[in-house]
Design a protein. Sequence first.
Length: 64
Amino acid sequence: MKRTKSFHDSLIQSLKNPVEAAAYLNAVLREGDSTLFLAALRDLAQARGGMVLLARKTNPKFKA
């Protein structure tokens, strides 16, 4: 039986909270690393249901 959650699972769960998500993005932006920023955006999209769902919400004409 698994006793601990992975860091990534915990991160995704916490990013569902808009305040936590904003703090996470602000921390990443302070680092000034564009690769890290893109990874953070991927994490945020995953927390919100994935890239496909995000694309559908932002563009109703999106088909996937």
